[in-house]
Design a binder for this molecule. Structure first.
Ligand SMILES: Cc1ncc(C[n+]2csc(CCOP(=O)(O)OP(=O)(O)O)c2C)c(N)n1
Length: 586
């Protein structure tokens, strides 16, 4: 049967069709829909883990117990899971195990654009790089076979365009899940140094076997065309190559680690100029140059940063840009902003007013760094807000500075990796104010469930972790609930937290209005009372705008009732009592 589906949907579908038994992961664009689709299809057990390390470790356990397993994450998630990955490569697997990682060249929705192919090289394990939805589907099945044949985890790497673009997929015959024996094998699965030493030798030997496999597998295919230009490429870059040069000779790599040296050498000998087109790092190029093969066009002409496209490739090869692909006029920028009605808006209005140093984290609340709030001053990675604030506070203490840092973190990020930072702060006599914005969902990635939302991935009820109780158990005495919609209360609570010595935690429990579809009565402006002072615009709400100014007067504020969600932050910012709940609307 044929379907038109995205790369992520294809991976999910193939997991069910390829004897998959257990899937786990943590949301992160562009990977998120994969696990959601496994859940929607309903054939295979799957769950959200609180972070990527837990997701991968659970998949490892599933594989050891004999079930084909999948772990899904975005590229930066592999950093979190890396500790497990870099020993899983030694133990190998029982049933097949695939780590699906979605890279984000161009940083459409990420804090960096690291190239996950580095991890395959680092871990000395195979990596597959599909170039469309069909390959995404096929490579899951191939991945399980490679995993079991070579006793290795397999990384399946997508990029945003492969994960999210839709294409035709032909389903294969279903492989019914077969759960193998749950075998005790201490030297294989217990990586004590003496067993690890043996395993390291095996890893190197396995890599040589995989290299041989790479030479002959149809995953790596030569498409001979005109011989003046030969291009080595993989993944979505292959599509751009074909758009730029439909008739060129191409070595398309599906297995991007390890590389097929003989195949590459032979291909290079058959073509005139050799070009390597890869997004992000020069992973192929460095290895191919190290083989002593001349590369005529590579990263000297193709940027290390961002996505490639047909024009970049043609210009790099010294040709004019493709007909009809002249650069389109720059589109107006549309910076992201808090949703109308979001509780984060109230909090950041006050943090901005108080001019405190905010150690931020990753989530919707990171938008608090943008003008006009400009109230977040560092954001490194998920979970870093609390631990970084702790380090700041210690230096302030050493320097004799009285200023107390504020850490802001969301519920999902707190469960992911913020909790341990708070534990450290309690344990090491820290001195920061921590604000946990518990909107009962993983908002930034589209509203996924998490241990605080009270539901599992499939939507059924689950144990709901009480953040206030958890914070107390971690050793924090001062934990106070907050209502971030109430600006006066929020300001007073923050001031109290800043004045009180030692760790202090505020927990806002207003649910995400988007995820829970909360609609509150809209706000109306009384034009008689509005002076056009613009104090309300500090709320940075898209529902607020300025009307036309009458002669000699300042333009007055208007509320778009179709967008407003009645949070009331603008009402509280107005000094002239000009804003109020609209009568008869809701
Ligand atoms: C290691 C890692 N995994 C996943 C992501 C993707 N991601 C960005 S923010 C976020 C969760 C934010 O949820 P929460 O902390 O609850 O804040 P909210 O967006 O709901 O305000 C996720 C999963 C990431 N940036 N880094």
């Amino acid at each position: 049967m044929k379907k038109i589906i995205s790369g992520n949907e294809a991976i999910a579908l193939s997991f069910g069709d390829s004897g998959g038994v257990f899937a786990s992961g943590y949301p992160g664009t562009p990977s998120t829909e994969t696990l959601e689709e496994v859940a929607r299809l309903g054939e295979v057990y799957c769950e959200w883990a609180p972070n990527e390390k837990v997701g991968l470790e659970s998949a490892i356990g599933a594989s050891i117990a004999g079930g084909r397993a999948l772990a899904t994450m975005k590229h930066v998630g592999v950093n979190v899971a890396a500790d497990a990955l870099l020993t899983l490569n030694y133990t190998g697997v029982n049933a097949g195990l695939i780590l699906m990682v979605a890279d984000d060249p161009g940083m459409h929705s990420s804090q960096n654009e690291q190239d996950s192919r580095n991890y395959a090289k680092f871990a000395k394990i195979p990596m597959l790089d599909p170039a469309n939805s069909q390959e995404a589907y096929d490579f899951v099945r191939d991945g399980f076979e490679i995993s079991e044949q070579f006793d290795t985890p397999v990384m399946l790497r997508t990029t945003t365009r492969i994960s999210h673009a839709k294409g035709v997929v032909e389903q294969k015959e279903k492989i019914e899940p077969k759960i193998g024996p749950w075998v005790k094998d201490v030297p294989k699965y217990v990586m004590l140094p003496n067993y690890g030493k043996i395993k390291h030798v095996e890893v190197e030997a396995r890599l040589l076997k995989l290299q041989e496999f790479a030479e002959t597998t149809p995953l790596n295919r030569v498409e001979m065309g005109e011989r003046s230009l030969g291009i080595i490429t993989s993944g979505v870059a292959y599509q751009h190559v074909r758009e730029a040069y439909p008739n060129a000779s191409v070595l398309k790599l599906g297995l991007v680690h390890p590389l097929p040296e003989r195949k590459i050498r032979e291909f290079a000998s058959l073509v005139g100029r050799l070009m390597i087109v890869e997004e992000l790092d020069a992973i192929f190029e460095e290895q191919i140059r190290a083989m002593g093969i001349r590369v005529d066009i590579g990263k000297d002409k193709i940027p290390l940063c961002g996505e490639v496209n047909a024009d970049i490739i043609r210009v790099a090869a010294g040709d004019a840009i493709a007909l009809g692909s002249a650069p389109i006029a720059a589109l107006p920028q549309r910076p992201p902003i808090f949703c109308p009605g979001c509780a984060h808006r109230g909090l950041f209005s006050i943090l901005s007013k108080l001019k405190v140093f905010v150690s931020g984290d990753i989530g919707c609340y990171t938008l608090g760094a943008l003008p006009p709030m400009s109230a977040m001053h560092s954001t490194i990675c998920m979970g870093a807000s609390i631990s970084a604030a702790h380090g700041m506070a210690k230096v302030n203490e050493i320097a004799g500075r009285s200023e107390k840092p504020v850490a802001v973190i969301g519920d999902s990020t707190f469960f992911h990796s913020g909790m341990t930072g708070l534990l450290s702060m309690a344990y090491n006599n820290g001195n920061a104010l921590v604000i946990i914005m518990d909107n009962r969902t993983t908002g930034m990635t589209g509203g996924q469930e998490n241990p605080g939302s009270g539901r599992v991935l499939q939507g059924q009820p689950a144990r709901q972790v009480d953040i206030v109780a958890l914070v107390k158990v971690l050793g924090i005495e001062n934990v106070v609930e907050l209502n971030a919609y109430n600006l006066a209360e929020t300001e007073a609570a923050i001031k109290k937290g800043l004045e009180t010595p030692g760790p202090y935690v505020l927990v806002d429990k207003n649910p995400c209005i988007l995820r829970y579809r909360i609609k509150q009565p809209v706000i109306a402006v009384d034009p008689e009372k509005c002076t056009g002072c613009r104090a309300c615009l500090k709320a940075a709400c898209v529902a607020l705008g300025l009307g036309a100014a009458a002669a000699g007067e300042r333009a007055k504020v208007q509320v778009d009732p179709n967008i407003c969600n009645g949070c009331g932050v603008c009402v509280q910012l107005c000094k002239f009592d000009a804003m109020s709940e609209a009568k008869g609307r809701g």
